[in-house]
Design a protein around this ligand. Sequence first.
Ligand code: NAD
Length: 484
Amino acid sequence: MSDPEFEEGRLFIGGRWREAAGGGRTDVIDPSTGQVAGTVAAADETDVDAAVTAAREAFDHGPWGTTSARERSRVLNRIAGLMRENADELARLESLDVGKPVALCRPVDVQTAIEHYEYYAGLAQTLDGATRATPLNAFAYTRREPVGVVAAITPFNFPLILSSTKLAPALAAGNAVVHKPADDTPLSALFMAKLCQAAGVPDGVVNVVTGTGPVTGEALLRHPGIDKVAFTGSTAVGRHAAAVAGEALKPVTMELGGNAAHIVFEDADVERAVGAIIKGFVFNTGQFCMAGPRLLVARPLYETIVGILAQAVPGVPVGDPRDPATVIGPMAADRHLKKVEEYVALARQEGGRVVCGGERLDLNGGYYYKPTVIADLPDDSRAVREEIFGPVLTVQPFDSEDEAVALADGIRYGLAAGIQTGDVARAHRVAGRLQAGIVWVNDWAMLDPAVPFGGVKDSGFGRESGPEALASYTRTKSVVISLG
Ligand code: NAD
């Protein structure tokens, strides 16, 4: 953090760094120590109004929305290039904020975010309309136009990736954005504002307001100058955000909670399946909307897989995120750690057999929890059905394909699902049946900017990534010219 203005954690509004009007500040905690690592401004309604006004001005009167797609594409590529140059710093900030292992941050978080900018830099130039054949004596065609000013509200667990999945397509389509990152993980968003400006994004096109959800987020959500709400976060807050936006008839994208089932059929490659299972629940310390924390195993393999996990999982290195050997860092905040403890206590009461983990790891005052596997829970267990959002895996047996699908789909979430099988026909059949926005077969969390991602049921609606996301930041206008 070499820029003195950025170091002070100010708001980025209209191309300028500013203190919050009310002078409010929020602490940023390093989850690996529990110590305050710095502070950032806490925006109130006045600041949010200034940010939306700057975005409105930039969109309504500035050059961005009418600039050529080719020029926007160049700017997005420049953002990606600057991210590459600053990849170490981005990884450091993301790790400091969230507790992610630095060694994973760069190849995963930073790289994925860069690829989103590069992907949409390419896709920006494909934005075009269509001519429509009509019996009218007219020439009819469509134009794809930007929506306007987008409120991008993002959660704590993947700050950089989830800002890029919104900002890259929104900017590619010519929108202006006001980004509100999560309360306790705002650092990479501020750094990205600096990079966007350096890449040539005009003042006011990208604005960042840090602060709390109920004050900063709520003010943004309710601001009449917003044209679209792109929200990623919990189902509870998303439900509220969708209701507020719906009242004002604003389009929304809702990327919400998940609690994915990972189904292991008896014909699976067990070694391969175990690798995917472990990755699916320990990655990002289980704070992973698309994690696979509900393991469903065909009964003939049930005890075998539980036994292998009991041996293998305690060997996954938990520790300081700055240690290159670390795979599992701390939870991002004390409240997340407490929630995991409550759910594991509940699982014990509900009859679960804790086969490994099940407790905190005391290390440097940080928010560490040992990766935990809990077998034998009944299907009506809350620890199975609710989103724990930590490094906890529950394991249940099943006796038929129908039962596996019924268990997988029997909860209110529908974000991701996974299948382990050697039978390609079964893979296609079950993938088609599962109620989820994405289904992985014989691996977990294979993601790419080209592949749409999003949920069904209480996991939300709308898609990020892919051409679908670009389309969601545009509106179609029809033009019909009389030839009479
Ligand atoms: P959260 O819902 O608590 O917060 C998300 C964002 O909303 C934050 O920026 C927060 O400040 C803001 N917010 C809170 N109250 C608000 C209000 N009243 N008005 C406007 N904004 C408000 O979520 P979180 O704890 O940061 O993130 C974890 C959740 O996000 C999990 O449920 C996870 O599954 C989900 N998630 C989903 C996806 C996905 O793609 N579907 C991706 C990542 C995380």
